[in-house]
Design a protein around this ligand. Structure first.
Ligand SMILES: C[S@@+](CC[C@H](N)C(=O)[O-])C[C@H]1O[C@@H](n2cnc3c(N)ncnc32)[C@H](O)[C@@H]1O
Length: 254
């Protein structure tokens, strides 16, 4: 495991133990001493309706930068995968949306987060969910097994973003889609300028620019890619909604 990924794992292991208020994914980073509620990250980004539909512990464990469930517009019966599922909030909300005929998987590399997510699933009484240990660069799932890939403030933490996007493409069925919330930089910011605005483990320094994200999605094979800024999290850096689709095979002769 590379050194940066190990730092990320240790930070989120700590966050799982300390609780969501550790404020890990934030411009201020996640020093345990800086326990603060940051309205740009976490539970405050969910609607009141979503918030009351899951256990309070799952909501409190939110470390995201958006609401990918709203982005992905889930339908009953769909199979969903959440990349970097943390305490499980988006998996549990997805499971409710897709209903008993659908299924929601979460993948996370941090044992402490997986323990927290499984405990939250038990509290929620969710039966159509499974949390798998693995990395988002090498997903522990077969080809073409999910309809939707979601993620909340995790792609920026990866040290191999092209592998993440390729893996998302691989596990999606043709016609499947991604609906991701992430931190994204304006194109004017160099990698050094992004790093001046926050740490890697705090979801800032590792953020792609808008054009880098769009190019990466296209290189992975996606179509209809779009990256829309929703709220500023630091100067020139934004919470953003990322959408794209895995194309259907072209009919013969076209
Ligand atoms: C900022 S938290 C977000 C958690 C969750 N998505 C949420 O919204 O609360 C990042 C999560 O991604 C996981 N993670 C980070 N990099 C990962 C990787 N390369 N592979 C798998 N999990 C990863 C961490 O363990 C952590 O649980």
């Amino acid at each position: 495991m590379d050194e940066v990924r190990e730092q990320v794992r240790q930070r989120y292991a700590l966050a799982a133990v300390l609780g969501g208020d550790a404020g890990c994914c934030s411009a201020g980073g996640c020093a345990p001493e800086s326990i603060a509620v940051d309205e740009r990250f976490g539970a405050g980004l969910y609607s009141a309706q979503d918030a009351v539909s899951i256990p309070a512990e799952a909501l409190a464990a939110s470390l995201g930068c958006g609401n990918p469930i709203a982005v992905a517009e889930l339908n009953a019966g769909e199979r969903v995968l959440d990349l970097g599922s943390g305490g499980g909030i988006d998996v549990l909300l997805s499971a409710r949306r897709v209903g008993p005929d659908g299924f929601a998987y979460g993948v996370d590399m941090t044992d402490e987060m997986l323990d927290l997510a499984r405990a939250n699933a038990t509290k929620a009484g969710a039966t159509n969910v499974e949390f798998l240990k693995g990395t988002i660069e090498d997903l522990p799932l077969g080809d073409a097994v999910v309809d939707v890939v979601i993620s909340n403030c995790v792609v920026n933490l990866s040290t191999d973003k092209s592998a993440v996007l390729s893996e998302a493409f691989r596990v999606l069925v043709p016609g499947g889609r991604v609906g991701i919330s992430d931190v994204v930089a304006e194109d004017r910011l160099t990698p050094d300028q992004r790093a001046e605005r926050g740490s890697y483990v705090g979801c800032i320094a590792g953020a792609l620019s808008r054009t880098e994200y769009l190019d990466g999605l296209v290189r992975a094979g996606f179509t209809d890619a779009e990256v829309t800024f929703t709220h500023e999290v630091a100067d020139g850096m934004h919470g953003a909604v990322v959408r794209a689709r895995k194309p259907l095979p072209q009919p013969r002769g076209t």
